[in-house]
Design a protein around this ligand. Structure first.
Ligand code: CAA
Length: 282
């Protein structure tokens, strides 16, 4: 990249994590969100995550200060005009993303790569929203971004080899391991993960075992770091439900129907860790 400035749209859990890993890799980062309070929360989360790394001895105090100094917030997408790459990590809603991509395409040059961290929206559809669609690609980070090794790279039908090569190299530069997949509902990660979480919800719904026991089976029996129900609470039950609904709609296959318990928990506002209650209480 000629310019080392990267834009990140969205200061939420994924956006601030992505901003952090770019800053840790030496990039200047402009993190954009709609309000100053959202930016302040994102910056506080980054400081918090960096202090964990300092406490562990992975970073020094000075390095953490330097990393923070590379990140600045903005409430205007126009401020991303000089970025060579923009990673969109806004709310997982197609209308919101369409508005952002159309605006981004009008403020950045055609050479700027436009990546999305979407976990479920078709990259081919996103690419069709903008001019020069060959510069659109999926860069799907995993939560918590600073910790998880994977970047799932998704090629839209329109993505050029050059865009893909640059994002592959960049992911390595971030210290991540990229895996490239084709554009299909749920990509690979959520096509496999979400039906497993949904099945765990069915097992609970059918009263075959407690949430704790279901998770223990998967932790101790399959060596998963946390069980599927605890993971669902970490991801957010609304996100899990919305991805199941997309798989169901796209493949028109009843094997992807969302578990009624998942639907009910979301209707009750029990969304997992972020709301204090999901399959577990926090
Ligand atoms: N920033 C920096 N470090 C962090 C961190 C953060 N935000 N969160 C956790 N860590 C570090 C901790 O400091 C700790 O480090 P050490 O082991 O070196 O001390 C380590 O990560 C483990 O953390 P904890 O001890 O707090 O807790 P844990 O052992 O339960 O691990 C976890 C937490 C890494 C999240 C682990 O539970 C895990 O791997 N869970 C599965 C996560 C997963 O599957 N993510 C993918 C979700 S799917 C997704 O994101 C995509 C989608 O589209 C839905």
């Amino acid at each position: 990249m000629t310019s080392r400035t990267v834009g990140v749209v969205g200061a939420g859990t994924m956006g601030n994590g992505i901003a952090q890993v770019f800053a840790q890799a030496g990039f200047d980062v402009i993190m954009a969100d709609v309000s100053q309070s959202a930016l302040d929360r994102g910056l506080a989360a980054i400081s918090n995550s960096l202090s964990r790394l300092v406490k562990k001895g992975t970073l020094t105090d000075n390095e953490a200060v330097l990393i923070v100094s590379r990140i600045r917030g903005s409430t205007r997408l126009a401020d991303l005009a000089a970025c060579e790459l923009v990673v969109e990590a806004a709310t997982e809603n197609a209308q919101i993303k369409e508005k952002i991509f159309r605006e981004l395409a009008s403020v950045v040059p055609a050479s700027t790569i436009l990546a999305s961290n979407t976990s479920s929206i078709s990259l081919t559809t996103i690419a069709a929203w903008v001019t020069s669609p060959e510069r659109v690609i999926g860069m799907h980070f995993m939560n918590p971004v600073p910790v998880m090794q994977l970047v799932e790279i998704i090629r839209a039908l329109q993505t050029s080899d050059d865009t893909h090569a640059r994002i592959h190299a960049l992911s390595l530069e971030l210290g991540k391991t990229p895996v490239t997949v084709k554009d299909g509902a749920g990509f690979v990660s959520n096509r496999v993960l979400m039906p497993m979480i949904n099945e765990a919800a069915f097992v609970l719904y059918e009263n075959l075992a407690t949430a704790e026991d279901i998770d223990t089976v998967m932790k101790l029996g399959m060596n998963h770091p946390i069980g599927p129900l605890a993971l669902a609470d970490l991801i957010g039950l609304d996100t899990c439900l919305s991805i199941m609904d997309i798989l169901h709609r796209e493949f028109r296959d009843s094997k992807y129907r969302a578990c009624p318990l998942l639907v009910q928990l979301v209707a009750a506002g029990h969304l997992g860790r972020k709301s204090g209650k999901g399959f577990y209480r926090y």
